[in-house]
Design a protein around this ligand. Structure first.
Ligand code: SF4
Ligand code: SF4
Length: 203
């Protein structure tokens, strides 16, 4: 009998405990943000978003630094080395390249990097991308990186392919590559001629 009353009191007590938490949360602000009215991507916009309105009272700091959002590529430091393309486990990245004039670049961790190739195509299929970051890690110059952007609404799959090389840039690079090939062939021919002439003098 004692046990029966003990269980009953215990049951009533736990119901009151649960209901008191529910009651308290009714008078607190919401624990969620009103996305997309509140932009969670930067501190400033969060402040603006919350200004003058009752809403989330927590400590929002925007997106974390290591957030893996939509990829971006800084083509000015990309060496078209294809490392990121080979690192992608699901073939989201498509790069084609041609020879270009050699230039030195500042690589990641202070290591020097050289550019000998220029991209004529650099596409990333965001529809397939799983934001794993495997392409970002091995990039020698830090050209490919994740942004903190996560919105990319398109009404067709084609629109989800990011293209980082404009057709006119690709054409320019191809033209220059053809010129380089001619220059190299001329140099080779001149060298061969010099060698042949030197051989003739010796004999
Ligand atoms: S983040 Fe991952 S899936 Fe997306 S392109 Fe890079 S390696 Fe491929
Ligand atoms: S690994 Fe980096 S440098 Fe090489 S092609 Fe990719 S983005 Fe460009």
């Amino acid at each position: 009998m004692n046990q029966y009353f003990h269980n009953m009191i215990n049951g009533i007590q736990t119901v009151f405990e649960g209901m008191s938490i529910t009651l308290a949360s009714m008078f607190q602000g919401p624990a969620t943000v009103e996305y997309p009215d509140v932009d969670v991507r930067s501190v400033d916009s969060i402040r603006v978003g919350l200004k003058g309105k009752r809403g989330y009272k927590g400590n929002l700091r925007g997106m974390p630094e290591n957030y893996r959002g939509i990829l971006d590529v800084d083509m000015s430091i990309c060496t078209a080395c294809l490392i990121c393309m080979k690192a992608c486990p699901i073939d989201c990245i498509a790069i084609t390249n041609v020879k270009c004039d050699k230039r030195k670049l500042q690589g990641k961790n202070g290591k020097p990097a050289a550019q000998t190739r220029a991209a004529t195509r650099f596409d990333i299929d965001i529809a397939k991308c799983m934001f794993c970051g495997l392409c970002v890690e091995p990039c020698p110059t830090g050209a490919i990186f994740h942004t903190n952007e996560f919105e990319m609404n398109r009404d067709n799959l084609e629109g989800l392919i990011l293209r980082f090389v404009a057709p006119e840039e690709a054409e320019k690079a191809s033209k220059r590559a053809a010129e380089i090939a001619v220059e190299q062939a001329e140099k080779k021919a001149a060298l061969a001629k010099e060698k042949a002439a030197a051989k003739g003098e010796d004999s």
